[in-house]
Write a protein that binds this ligand. Structure first.
Ligand SMILES: Nc1ncnc2c1ncn2[C@@H]1O[C@H](COP(=O)(O)OP(=O)(O)O)[C@@H](O)[C@H]1O
Ligand SMILES: [Mg+2]
Length: 317
């Protein structure tokens, strides 16, 4: 549904987007991740036809944005960065205006506005001017205008930015509820958002894509992928003995102290080369007669992958 081909955007001598390519299929929620200034908003503005690329193009539902910008705008719902809206309008007048621009008329228009207002919970504020609304409600107005025409393609620039945890949760639920029937591209720098709603993540840094995969594929690049937390209640030789034992196991690369409770000792055991070591540790615990409070492996930490990639340090390939 979205095909981004070698997009480049230069502002004077500065290259903000430097040859970005990826695709988004129907049913996918693609999280576009990157630090501030990475080029996320600029890329989205080019895909939605609000900014002309220096080179490259995007094809949305079969329409090339540089040749058929209006067709592209018809199939896209777009929540721009900061969710701008006309401050002196009410949500009621603004959504009526947008619905009219989108070609909705008469009863279909009234019914669709009502449905969308229910979806994003705007009922209580429809007659209040937008500039008097809280940030959360302004964002909902932005979301409402983006989904009014039930677009096949939804592009949202930091849809949960500045919202409180309950509002974030609501917006994420709404996105998930629409995911099956649309192609969704959203930008974020919140990693938990990627884990919560995205089927795929593309990481961009300094205008270039540096990773593209499912959240679990990205987690597998973490040095904590398959790391095991083990908590021993009856460490007879004390913490040092347990640590020494764990370190001697074949699959283990490092053993780090973790906070224990009630006299138990706890370690985070890092594997060599991302291999699964939980069975080896469990087996060792049985032969040693350790009573375990805790034994679990983790999938990996997206925040660590993100930081190590965008700080320019290498991570495990
Ligand atoms: N109109 C513009 N003129 C000059 N530089 C710009 C313009 N828009 C964005 N930039 C620069 O391009 C880079 C990417 O910006 P942006 O796409 O907004 O990043 P992100 O959304 O990932 O935070 C930033 O360094 C930003 O300052
Ligand atoms: Mg941005």
């Amino acid at each position: 549904m979205i095909e981004i081909k070698h997009l480049v955007k230069r502002f004077g001598p500065f290259t903000a987007v430097d040859g970005v390519s990826f695709t988004v299929q129907r049913g996918e929620v693609l999280g576009f991740l990157g630090p501030n200034g990475a080029g996320k908003s600029t890329t989205m503005k080019m895909v939605t036809g609000f900014l002309t690329p220096t080179s490259g193009t995007a094809v949305v539902a079969g329409h090339d944005v540089s040749k058929e910008p209006l067709k592209v705008k018809q199939v896209i719902g777009y929540l721009p960065e900061g969710a701008p809206a006309y401050a002196d309008m009410t949500p009621e007048s603004f959504l009526n205006f947008v619905a009219g621009v989108r070609g909705l008329k008469g009863r279909a228009k009234t019914e669709r506005i009502e449905a969308v207002v229910r979806m994003v919970h705007l009922e209580g504020v429809m007659r209040q001017t937008i500039d008097t609304l809280s940030k959360g409600f302004k964002r909902r107005v932005g979301l409402a205008q983006a989904i009014l025409h039930d677009p096949d393609v939804l592009i949202m620039d930091e849809p949960t930015d500045g919202l409180d945890p309950n509002q974030k949760h609501e917006v994420r639920s709404l996105i998930k509820s629409m995911a099956a029937t649309k192609a969704i591209l959203l930008s974020t720098h919140i990693l938990e958002e990627v884990e919560a709603v995205c089927t795929r993540a593309v990481i961009i840094n300094r205008g270039k894509i540096i990773a593209d995969g499912t959240p679990s594929q990205l987690q597998a690049k973490s040095r904590f992928h398959n790391a095991v937390t083990v908590t021993v209640r009856n460490a007879s030789g004390g913490a040092a003995a347990v640590r020494g034992d764990l370190r001697s196991l074949g699959g283990v690369s490092d053993v780090q102290e973790a906070p224990g409770r009630n006299g138990a000792v706890s370690f985070l055991v890092l594997p060599k080369g991302g291999r699964a070591i939980i069975d080896e540790i469990g087996h060792h615990a049985r032969t040693k007669g350790w009573e375990l409070d805790e034994l679990h492996a983790e999938a990996g930490r997206l925040d660590e992958v993100f930081r190590s990639m965008t700080a320019g340090e290498g991570v495990k390939a």
